[in-house]
Design a protein around this ligand. Structure first.
Ligand SMILES: N=c1c2ncn([C@@H]3O[C@H](COP(=O)(O)OP(=O)(O)OP(=O)(O)O)[C@@H](O)[C@H]3O)c2ncn1[C@@H]1O[C@H](COP(=O)(O)O)[C@@H](O)[C@H]1O
Length: 111
C-alpha cells in the first residue's frame, strides 16, 4: 500500500473510532474544519519558512514540514468527506492542460 493510501486508511479509522483522548487525528476531526483549517494554514506557512532555509539542513527541514502539511491537508479532506482518489482524479484531469487554460475553464464559483 502506498504511504498516502495507508495514511488515508488510518485517518478514516480514527474518524470512525472517535476517541479524541487517544488520537491526535481524532482530536482534530472532533474540532471540524474550524479547528483543522487553521492548522493547515499554520503548517503551510512553516513549510514555506523551511524552504527558505539554506543548504541540506533546510532541504531536510522542508521534507518534514511538507509531511506535516500533507497530513493536516488529508485530515481536512477527511473532515469534508473528500477522498484522496478524488483529488488524484482532479490532478489527472489537469494533465496536458496549462495552468492558464485550467484557470479559464473554472466555473464562476471555483475561481
Ligand atoms: N502523520 C501524522 C502526523 N504528522 C504530524 N502530526 C502531529 O501534528 C501535530 C503538529 O504539531 P503542532 O506543534 O503544530 O501542534 P500541537 O501544538 O501539538 O497541536 P495543536 O493543539 O496546535 O493542534 C503533532 O502533534 C504531530 O505529532 C501527525 N499526527 C499523526 N500522523 C499520522 O496519523 C497516525 C495516527 O495518529 P493518531 O491519530 O495520533 O493516533 C500516525 O501514526 C501518523 O501516521
Amino acid at each position: 500500500m502506498r504511504p498516502l493510501d495507508q495514511l488515508e486508511a488510518t485517518i478514516r479509522q480514527r474518524q470512525q473510532a472517535g476517541e479524541a483522548d487517544k488520537s491526535y487525528t481524532a482530536k482534530l476531526l472532533a474540532g471540524g474544519v474550524a479547528k483543522i483549517g487553521p492548522k493547515v494554514t499554520e503548517e503551510a506557512a512553516e513549510v514555506v519558512e523551511a524552504a527558505a532555509e539554506p543548504d541540506e539542513a533546510g532541504r531536510e527541514h522542508t521534507i518534514r514540514e511538507a509531511a506535516d502539511v500533507v497530513y493536516h491537508l488529508m485530515v481536512l479532506m477527511a473532515a469534508r468527506g473528500v477522498e484522496l482518489a478524488e483529488v488524484e482524479c482532479e490532478l489527472a484531469r489537469r494533465f496536458g492542460m496549462s495552468g492558464l487554460e485550467e484557470k479559464a475553464s473554472r466555473g464562476p464559483v471555483n475561481q
